[in-house]
Design a protein around this ligand. Sequence first.
Ligand code: ADP
Ligand code: MG
Length: 215
Amino acid sequence: MTFESLGLNPALAHACAQAGFTTPSPIQVAAIPPLLRGQDVLGLAPTGSGKTAAFVLPLLQRLLAGHPGGFRRVRVLVLAPTRELAAQVGDVFLRLAPSSDRPLKVAVLYGGVSINPQMLRLRGGADIVVATPGRLLDLLDRNAVRLDAVQSLVLDEADRLLDLGFAAERERVLLALPTRRQNLLFSATFPPEVQALADELLHEAVRVEAESQLE
Ligand code: ADP
Ligand code: MG
């Protein structure tokens, strides 16, 4: 199994090789094709199984295929439970993005640090936002970020997002998004609360599961 055989273009396959990924992990094998087709996906796999690249790679491919000129608008929004996880996901986008004459811009937004540099950063435009929900809501309240061009929404580590109170924040974030969009939910565990969130958010989703971790 290779990254290219999953439908990824040679530039992304090359970026995987550069990152030291020789073969796709089971969750990547299962999730990448439906994600590339634009379908909603529920991805369930244990911690350490490579869920981040499972959504980052196909989302990069779709972003690079569709890239509009003019001012950058946020087309991918990833919500992550903590500052550390948001920073990690942002790093994976940057690490796997093929070099191009119009590099994609990633804004990573989390609380516990001053909001002003984040507002300034957003003013320059971003293609991808990776955020913790609380800080994202603060920035929305200040009209510092627009999400009306988002094509794909990812809830990463959804079980932990819910532990941290995402149920209360969900509605306000969703209201800022277009109703027509791709929805992706990734989680290490699948308790009833995550199931309920998936039922609410996903439409005709492909459910993919992988038991095994990376070798
Ligand atoms: P999860 O979100 O499922 O807990 P991560 O996406 O954080 O897992 O990935 C765990 C580790 O595996 C990371 O260090 C990542 O770089 C590495 N990894 C991801 N995909 C591959 C792959 N196909 N081959 C080798 N290592 C990989
Ligand atoms: Mg993860």
